[in-house]
Ligand binder design. Structure first.
Ligand code: 5AD
Ligand code: SF4
Length: 456
């Protein structure tokens, strides 16, 4: 979500006449877009701003802006701690970025935080965006979150759930397709509760025929049907709201890629209850098994937090057991960090011993990497269609691509051009924990976006 907000901010600046520079000391404006979901991002902001003080001393016309959810949380504190910051803005007024810059230029430093989203301005994708990648795009379908996971700061900084209408989403997908985008990732904090607010609003206004449940499943089918869109992905669903209809839509819509990011958080029912996650471990495993049965060749990934307050060795053993049983293709694993204002941050007496947490974290990584390696090696011999991302960072004689399961694959550069955004078939020859190695078979589709030609 933050990355997509950054693209919007860049898009707004670009439509105001600014151009990107890779050199900070050339910049007229520097935007620091922050995230506060975990503590380390928090710690980085003030150091980063401190380093920028010198740039501002050298170039007094430079304007520094801080946005994102950490700005939403810290507000005036940012300018108190870093007086050289010109603009502080939050998650609900991203669209105000350029107006705030000119306001600050005339009237001095400004902090503007909106308490809630204006539904007309809520959607990142509705603003001009300067996409990082030409052939793949984020598409926001929903902002905010109505859940209250005890560890999570998102609801307090992103607000309540607001869904964008299906018509607008499909129109946006069509527009992206006409620009040559072939891969779309639908974005939301809890995508499978997508449309609940729209259905409730429709019922309140008298239309009792509106169904609440399959809205997200239907959306997957509709976006998959957009001409020119070859790949649809989404992030993130909530296990408690996951329905059979979503799995069926994934299975029956070839454009929806066989990858499910399914955040477990903990394998202990006691901890899941304390987290207010709304499911038990066995239910999570049953849904994961159902997903695998319904969707051929599905890759399953997850998020897990280690050291939630009160986590005992027995709780953690349950997490290891469930993680091993789920056989994840990969996982983002996090050490719990208290976030101000959240319920878990108050459980100070139950905070886990940091050395213990470090040890658990390493043990969890071992379990995750075991199944990850097995899953990767299971691809050896398979011919996969990949979207070409460009030269491999480590070895420019190779290209890198992504398989439908979202696995990274490196393969020797074939004769002839194969530019980023093209599709190719690659036969997998080696499976490593973080990547696959393969050999080029054939090109299946040329990239359809226009390449930007630098204007000199
Ligand atoms: N501490 C550690 N991890 C967290 N996450 C969210 N809040 C916290 C926190 N306070 C993790 C969750 C979530 C992912 C995006 O970040 O696993 O799914
Ligand atoms: Fe945070 Fe839970 Fe909402 Fe996800 S579902 S954003 S973890 S509160």
């Amino acid at each position: 979500m933050n990355e997509h907000d950054s693209e919007r901010i860049a898009g707004l600046l670009e439509s105001d006449g600014y151009e990107e520079t890779s050199n900070q000391s050339d910049a007229d404006v520097i935007v620091v877009n922050t995230c506060c979901i975990r503590e380390n991002a928090d710690n980085k902001l003030y150091g980063t701003l401190g380093n920028m003080k010198q740039l501002k001393d050298d170039n007094p016309d430079l304007q520094i802006m801080v946005g994102g959810c950490l700005a939403q949380k810290d507000r005036e504190l940012i300018q108190q701690r870093a007086g050289h910051v010109d603009v502080v803005f939050g998650t609900h007024n991203v669209h105000r970025a350029t107006a705030l810059l000119s306001d600050a230029r005339s009237n001095g430093p400004v902090t503007e935080i909106w308490e809630e989203a204006d539904p007309d301005e809520a959607f990142a994708s509705a603003l001009p965006a300067r996409r990082e990648i030409d052939y793949a795009a984020w598409l926001t379908i929903q902002v905010g979150c109505d859940n209250s996971c005890a560890f999570c700061i998102v609801p307090s900084v992103r607000g309540v759930e607001i869904s964008r209408t299906p018509e607008e989403i499909v129109a946006e997908a069509e527009r992206l397709s006409s620009q040559g985008v072939t891969e779309i990732t639908l974005l939301g904090q809890n995508v499978n509760s997508y449309g609940r607010d729209l259905a409730l609003a429709a019922r309140r206004s008298g239309d009792q025929s509106v169904r609440i449940r399959p809205a997200f499943a239907q959306l997957l089918r509709s976006v998959g049907a957009v001409d020119g869109i070859r790949r649809v992905r989404y992030t993130s669903p909530h296990p408690k709201d996951m329905t059979t209809e979503v799995f069926e839509a994934m299975a029956e819509t070839p454009e929806v890629m066989p990858h499910l990011h399914f955040p477990l958080q903990s394998g202990s029912d006691r901890i899941l209850r304390k987290m207010h996650r709304g499911y038990r471990a066995e239910r999570f495993l049953a849904k994961a098994a159902q997903a695998r049965e319904t969707i051929p060749d599905l890759a399953l990934t997850t998020d897990i937090i280690v050291g939630f307050p009160g986590e005992t060795e027995d709780d953690f053993t349950e997490t290891l057991r469930v993680a091993a049983k789920a056989e994840f293709d990969s996982a983002f694993t996090f050490v719990y960090s208290p976030r101000p204002g959240t319920e878990a941050a108050e459980m100070v007496d139950d905070f886990c011993d940091p050395d213990e947490v470090k040890d658990r974290y390493a043990r969890l990584r071992t379990v995750i990497e075991r199944s990850a390696l097995a899953k990767q090696q299971g691809r050896v011999g398979v011919t996969e269609e990949v979207i070409v991302e460009g030269p491999s960072k480590k070895d420019p004689t190779r290209l890198s691509g992504r398989t439908g399961q979202n696995k990274l694959v490196h393969f020797p550069r074939p004769e002839g051009p194969l530019r980023p955004g093209s599709y190719a078939r690659v036969r997998v020859t080696e499976g490593h924990t973080q990547y696959l190695i393969g050999e080029f078979v054939e090109r299946t589709a040329a990239a359809s976006h226009r390449t930007r030609i630098p204007v000199l």
